[in-house]
Structures are given as C-alpha cells and as structure tokens.
Design a protein around this ligand. Structure first.
Ligand code: SAM
Ligand code: SF4
Length: 318
C-alpha cells in the first residue's frame, strides 16, 4: 500500500505483550507496572487476524516485539500460523535474548527467519545495572542458541548511552570481525522513562565513527532502510547506525506498529492511535487502510525531548 506521501508501507511491527522479565532503566520503571486485565490486551487470535489482514494489504515484513515477546505464552504456534502466508517475505523477532536458549529451535521450526537481540553492554555488572535484574550469561547463551538454530543473520541492538556504554563502542564493533553478525547502534530516544534523562545520556551515532574511524561506509540501500551500514576492512560482519534523533528517516519510513492493547500507531512518535481491538474483519481492513494511508509525513523529534507519545517503549514495541 502506498501512503499519502508516496511511501510504500510494507512493514508491520507487532508488540505481543507489554510485560518483560527485565527492567531496562531507559525503557520501564523499576516498580509499579500493573498487569493489564485480560480484556484489555489482545489475545493471540486477534493478533494473528491483524497480521493476516495487514498482509493482504501489502505488508510483507513482520517483526514480533514487546515488552519481551518470549514471555507471551502460545507465541510459537502463532508464528507457525503466520510464517506460511504466501506474501510473507520476512518474519523476525526482537528479544532481549534471555529466554532464547529455550525457544530458538522451536522458533526456527515454526518459520521465524531471524532475531534481533538487544544487548547494551558486554560487562556483567553494567548489564545487571542497566537491566536492573538481568544476567549477561543468559543473553550470551541465547545468542549461541540463535546461531545454532540458524536464525541468521543475527543482529545485536545496542542503545548508545552517553556515560554508560560509549566506552564499549570499539569492543562491540570488534564482535563483527570474525562473526557474520550485524551490530546496530541505536540512538537513545527521549521516550517514556528516558524522556527525563540528562542530556549527556543522548549521544549521536557520530560518536561510533569518531571512536572507530576505520569503519568503511557501505552503499545505501534506499527505501525502508533505516540503518547506515559500515564495516571494518576484512570483517565478516557489519555495523549499522540507526539515528532516529540526529537524522530522522521519515522519508524512507515504511512501517506501522500495533500495540499489545490493539492500537495501530502509524508513527512511533505520534500520539495518534487507531483502536483495532474488537473490530470485525471488514472494519479491521478499513482501519488498517486508514492508518497506513494516513501515516504522518514525519515526526517532530529532531529537537530533543519533543516526542508526542506518552507510552513507554515496552508499551509500543521498539
Ligand atoms: N524486550 C525486547 C528487547 O529488549 O529487545 C523487545 C522490546 S524493546 C522495547 C525493543 C528495542 O527498543 C530494544 O532494542 C530496546 O533497547 C529499544 N529501546 C527501548 N527504549 C528505547 C529508547 N528510549 N530509545 C531507543 N531504543 C529504545
Ligand atoms: Fe524489557 Fe526490552 Fe524494555 Fe529492556 S528494552 S525493559 S528487555 S522491553
């Protein structure tokens, strides 16, 4: 489907839960997360119907996210049901990786193509600190399991945080030397919990190029590409820079999102939402068309701390 600004909308991100087994300090508050009532979150059948309808309307890339998607029971059978849709070109999942060792194999068998694993530090103590409860070894085991299950290529998402992990940039980049992985540095966005963080925490991805000047720029792939790609000379893997703050990619944005409570968000940073929950098949199609066509031309987050959305990232799906 082509939107009102000529962009081809073919990518859907679905957050299947706002719950998580970690509490990353930029994403969720430490305490006081109330579990939503059953009636307020979509059941897996509703999620599956939304995905199937969206696929009929031209979506051919779907990412399952959260909260932590792997805490949602019944996810693997749902992935099995949607992976076989003829039009589906790419079915992926974003996860913190801590539960992957138990699920990587069955996800692959269910038809998932690959995973993005979030990992903001390679230091055990710092990992525990940023996630408030996580164990780095669980993620490292998860990465190994994903590799063995051939959920490839593995992409590692690193949210760059000034004063926290900018001293680990070179170490992260070096992971790409011998392994065919993609390390993606993502600028911290002033959303939810992070919206009150000091400005020193928000650093531009240019810092990656300053710290590792040997990185070589790779050709830009155009529409739908949000990462600028680089690599080290002779490395097997790649480095991606995703810069939603310092250089927004709205002109190339091809994505829409659905939240766990069934709201369609055409733009991550907009407060506009379309309620899909409870819609019958005809209404669902109409509402999806409305959201896809009416996607805003751009967000207004160019200047720091001006996102419109009031949700935390775990309630939207990154
Ligand atoms: N729990 C899964 C995970 O951590 O990968 C999936 C959901 S999480 C919300 C998706 C991604 O959003 C993660 O890579 C996370 O680091 C990122 N994220 C959360 N809050 C963010 C923020 N304020 N700015 C940039 N990225 C953020
Ligand atoms: Fe959970 Fe992912 Fe948010 Fe961390 S970033 S608290 S793992 S949803």
């Amino acid at each position: 489907m082509i939107d009102n600004f000529g962009r081809k909308i073919n990518y859907l991100r679905v957050s299947v839960t706002d719950l998580c087994n970690l509490r990353c300090s930029y994403c969720m508050p430490e305490k006081g997360i109330e579990k939503k009532e059953h009636k307020d979150i979509m059941n897996l059948e509703e999620i599956e119907n939304i995905i199937k309808t969206a696929v009929k309307l031209g979506i051919n890339k779907v990412r399952i996210t959260g909260g932590e998607p792997l805490v949602r029971k019944g996810l693997v059978p749902m992935i099995n049901n949607i992976s076989s849709l003829d039009e589906m070109k790419e079915l992926t999942l974003t996860t913190n990786g801590t539960l992957l060792k138990d699920y990587a194999d069955s996800l692959k068998k269910a038809g998932l193509n690959r995973v993005n694993i979030s990992l903001d530090t390679l230091d055990r103590e710092k990992y525990k600190k940023i996630t408030r409860c996580g164990n780095l070894d669980d993620v490292l085991e998860g990465i190994r399991a994903a590799k063995e299950a051939k959920l490839l290529p593995i992409k590692i998402n690193v949210v760059l945080i000034g004063g926290f992990n900018d001293d680990e940039i070179a170490e992260f980049v070096n992971l790409t030397v011998k392994d065919e992985i993609e390390v993606r540095f993502i600028e911290l966005m002033p959303l939810g919990e992070a919206s009150t963080w000091p400005k020193e925490s928000f650093i531009s991805n240019e810092e990656v190029l300053n710290k590792v000047p040997r990185l070589i720029s790779m050709p830009f792939k155009g529409h739908g590409t949000v990462a600028r790609m680089y690599k080290l000379p002779d490395s097997k893997g790649k480095v991606g820079l995703i810069s939603p703050v310092s250089s927004h990619f709205c002109n190339y944005c091809n994505r829409i999102r659905v939240t766990p409570d069934g709201k369609l968000k055409s733009c991550l940073h907009s407060s506009q939402e379309i309620d899909l929950k409870g819609a019958n098949p005809r209404e669902l199609e109409r509402l999806l068309i409305e959201g896809m066509r009416g996607k805003p031309s751009r967000h207004n987050m160019g200047t720091m701390h001006s996102t419109e959305t009031h949700r935390n990232m775990n309630e939207i799906g990154g």
